[in-house]
Design a protein around this ligand. Structure first.
Ligand code: NAP
Length: 256
């Protein structure tokens, strides 16, 4: 029996084959899950559709998470097609490029709101619609975060603050949804070269720094995040909720 046999998973945040969400999708597919994907615009549809179809997905829907009507439609479609949902993957974040390069003290009100809306509030928007579909099925939700929420990582700036809010949301959502048997966790991944990462100034230096100082003396890859998501969303993680699990070659434990 495969780990996710008979399970239905909605994956938010695939932009291309380098996306962390795609690595998670591949891990889920290899363990028998049925998958639905969303994309954030027409340009992305061209990249996401062939990927989704390669793992047999028949549900590929538009969803800009800042638009309630698009979020609403995704879950209405999932209810109609699947009748329920077992797994939600939230791998979405955005901040203006200048807010990931200028000093944090210069963050604008609009830039702050945007980063918070797309990167933190969106988990709540998805969770509140996913939860009714998960009731009675023991659902699991996983989001992606980064250590810039806990410590200062130069240039991560407003995204670090949004990730701190996201991680706190994971705990509050875990508390709210736990009585319904729904688990909510976050994976705090080490730096990985993706489209989103390209927006962070001097990302190359981050990779180099981690590989030099992490206990495992290397960077991580998206496949390793996929395997951790598999653990968290399968029966193997059945007693784990409200957790922020670091998948970072141990980098976060270092003091010096
Ligand atoms: P990615 O492939 O660029 O994925 C980010 C996704 O967020 C894209 O699909 C992007 O779509 C989507 N998105 C942005 N704004 C959106 C909106 N308004 N509505 C819906 N979707 C939207 O990069 P990734 O690195 O895999 O990022 C996935 C998650 O992992 C993010 O939360 C990121 O912060 C987190 N993470 C990444 C790293 C890393 O080093 N790569 C480390 C730790 C955590 P568009 O391309 O259309 O904007």
């Amino acid at each position: 029996m495969q780990l996710l046999e008979g399970k239905k998973a909605a994956i938010f945040g695939v932009a291309n084959e380098r996306s962390i969400a795609w690595a998670i999708a591949e891990a889920f597919h290899s363990e028998g899950a049925e998958l639905a994907f969303t994309y954030a615009g027409e340009v992305l549809e061209k990249r996401v559709r062939p990927l989704a179809e390669s793992v047999g997905s028949k549900i590929i829907l538009p969803c800009d998470v800042t638009k309630d009507e698009e979020v609403e439609k995704v879950f209405a479609d999932l209810r109609e097609t699947w009748g329920g949902l077992d797994i939600l993957i939230h791998a979405i974040a955005f901040a203006n490029k200048e807010d990931l390069a200028n000093p944090y003290v210069q963050t604008s009100r609009a830039g702050f709101h945007l980063a918070m809306d797309v990167s933190a509030y969106s988990l709540i928007a998805l969770a509140q619609r996913a939860a009714p579909l998960m009731e009675g099925r023991g659902g699991a939700m996983v989001t992606l975060t980064y250590m810039g929420s806990e410590r200062v990582v130069p240039n991560y700036n407003v995204m670090g603050v949004a990730k701190a809010a996201l991680e706190a949301s994971v705990r509050y959502l875990a508390h709210d949804l736990g009585p319904k048997g729904i688990r909510v966790n976050a994976i705090s991944a080490g730096p990985i070269r993706t489209l989103a990462a390209a927006g962070i100034s001097d990302f190359k230096a981050m990779l180099h720094h981690v590989a030099e100082r992490a206990p495992l003396k290397r960077n991580i890859d998206a496949e390793e995040v996929g395997k951790t998501a598999l653990y968290l969303c399968s029966d193997w993680g059945s007693a784990v909720t409200g957790e922020v699990l670091h998948v970072d070659a141990g980098y976060n434990i270092m003091g010096m």
